[in-house]
Design a protein around this ligand. Sequence first.
Ligand code: GLV
Length: 341
Amino acid sequence: MSARPKILLLGEIDHAHKQWEALSEIGDLIKPQCINRNEFIEECKSGKLDGVVAAYRTLDSVSITGLIDEELVSVLPKNWKYLCHNGAGYDQIKPDACSNRDPPLFVSNTPVVPDDATADTAIFLMLGALRNFNTSMAALRRGDFKGNPPPALGHDPEGKTLGILGMGGIGRNMKRKAEAFGMNIIYHNRRELTSEMAGGAKYVSFEELLKTSDVLSLNLPLNAKTRHIISTEQLRHMKPSAVIVNTARGPVLDEAALVDALEQGVIAGAGLDVYEEEPKVHPGLVKNDKVVLLPHMGTWTSETQAKMECWVIDNIRSALTGKGLLSMINEQKDLGLDKAK
Ligand SMILES: O=CC(=O)O
């Protein structure tokens, strides 16, 4: 009889406790002993994690393992086949390192379920930045009501152009919501979407997106091609009245360039949920009234967190019962699903 597979928990389960426990029908649920990358590598080398076939991974577990890169992947037990990440973005995991391992380490993420909460956050930041709400919210808490002098008048979204950079699930969700505010939607993406998927949003070049958007929303994943996709040169193409919203990942936007652009009036404002070096926030952003800031709360609702946890668990269950991962990351799709079974 072959040994039961082990399922490793890298991070914490906060909501889907019952669903996690139910995985014990198909494997032994274990946690690592280590608290940092060196210890994790030692634990792998010691054989203590032999038998692990799949792992549930959270964003915060980067504090235990560090990046999932060549070095880390090379010490994982050979039978470890699946890494199921809780999050839409998986920039801490190097897809090539996982694919090139022999045998490959198959990775899943959680698309779809974070779309609503993240798009809602982008809409909040967009309205806050357009309306200059930040200054007065801070003034009221200081006992200064609207502030003295009050902030400049804000702007209505009605009739403005929202440019979406990255028209995946979150971008399309934001599009639908922004239409309810009477906005005209344009987008730029690696590939033009079918008209059904685009739902009436106009596909434009990157340059046209920058030049014509009143609000530019960043909804694209972070990778080597998208790092600092918005920097000094791109900001200079934007309208001086434009605001920029980032709910994707901090490094897609060059923060220092944004700070300068805001100080020099190159653009009018920003709404940010993500930062280049979280939890650090560039002091030039903190001190600038034109910026609405949130501490990475795009998916911070109990409904969305519970759905994301269940999605990860469903991936593990599907993989360990021979049906393959439900949402393998895009970079691995050309490896062939069969190999992931
Ligand atoms: O940041 C949140 C996510 O990647 O889902």
